[in-house]
Design a protein around this ligand. Structure first.
Ligand code: 1BN
Ligand code: ZN
Length: 318
């Protein structure tokens, strides 16, 4: 199958015909832009983050992790999605650990799949309380709200929508290719073993997207055409200043998919506090997260989705 790159370039350049404002960025965010916000509720997403943070640290295998899982499963079932878990045991530097990926689906016209994803584990720290409001919490809350909105839509989507909550993204000792991304690596292995990997047409990963001062970087591993759609959509929503042109390589749960040729993009704000100083610290608390940032990301994903679907469908026809 050919790459949808050309079509994306056309979609993006057509979209760029919208007015170029010379006003300040804050003005742009307040003024009418080419795309309207969506029914995604930043408050609802934030309330999920609050509930998760209230459970305390949620590292793999903990009591709070199990309670969080029950919360996620109940929410997803409540939206009318078809929900299942993928349970496995992973070898970690701290021994074998039980892990559980959570998968919720809405069937599409095609059996091919678009994955929207987050990790839901929080990193294990024994010397301080790490509640991961942003790292683990924010993307999980936003993904729940995306699932609610997309499950409630009347029309059957062109592709199956799969909401994936990865377990074991965080390293137990020190980030490496064998100590990180346990859930996503396991899922890719299983999809490949079952011959289903080619059905995954795109993956959008959310991580650390709740920072009040939201500035999402362009991850340089991510698939460019997919990233361009998201960035152009953000621009048309008036969220340009939150989707920066800064490029950096981020190893995250999208990488195992990329390594197998699945188009994938990571939406991550890796500048959490000045010089990323709240990242993996006791400072990663609810007060640093805002409903507005969650909404910005939710709106961008929801508005970009039909464009991604169109690009995939066009690539099929060529
Ligand atoms: C993101 C949040 N990551 C871990 N917690 C992945 C990551 C690891 C990003 C190392 C940058 C460096
Ligand atoms: Zn982390």
């Amino acid at each position: 199958m050919k790459s949808p790159q050309l079509l994306v370039a056309m979609i993006v350049s057509l979209a760029a015909c919208s007015t170029k404002s010379s006003s300040t960025m804050v003005d742009r965010e307040q003024s009418a832009t080419a795309l309207a916000p969506t029914e995604f509720s930043g408050e609802r997403a934030f309330e999920h983050v609050r509930q998760l943070v209230a459970l305390g640290p949620r590292p793999v295998g903990s009591e709070a992790h199990a309670r969080m899982r029950a919360y996620l499963l109940a929410e997803l079932k409540g939206y009318g999605l078809s929900v299942r878990t993928e349970e496995f045991r992973a070898q970690t530097p701290l021994g074998e650990k039980p892990m559980v990926n959570i998968i919720a689906e809405r069937a599409g016209a095609s059996e091919d799949v678009i994955i929207l994803a987050s990790h839901y584990d929080t990193k294990l720290f024994t010397d301080f309380s790490f509640v991961g409001a942003n790292d683990g919490g924010s993307s999980t809350g936003a993904l729940l709200e995306l699932a609610r909105v997309l499950a409630a839509r009347q029309e059957t989507p062109p592709y199956m929508l799969r909401f994936v909550f990865f377990d074991g993204e965080e390293a137990f000792v020190s980030w490496s290719q064998t100590d990180s991304k346990y859930g996503s690596r396991y899922m890719v292995e299983q999809l490949e073993r079952r011959g289903e990997l080619s059905r995954i047409r795109a993956l959008i990963l959310l991580d650390m997207i709740g920072d009040k001062d939201l500035d999402i970087v362009r991850d340089a591993y991510s698939t460019r055409w997919l990233q361009d759609i998201l960035w152009e959509t953000a621009r048309q929503l008036g969220y340009e200043r939150h989707f920066t042109s800064r490029e950096t390589f981020v190893d995250d749960d999208h990488v195992p998919f990329l390594q197998k040729g699945v188009p994938a993009v990571d939406l991550i704000d890796f500048n959490y506090g000045l010089w990323n100083r709240y990242w993996h610290t006791a400072e990663d608390t609810l007060d640093k997260v805002s409903p507005r940032s969650l909404k910005i990301v939710g709106d961008v994903v929801l508005r970009a989705l039909p464009r991604i679907e169109a690009a995939l469908a066009a690539a099929e026809r060529r």
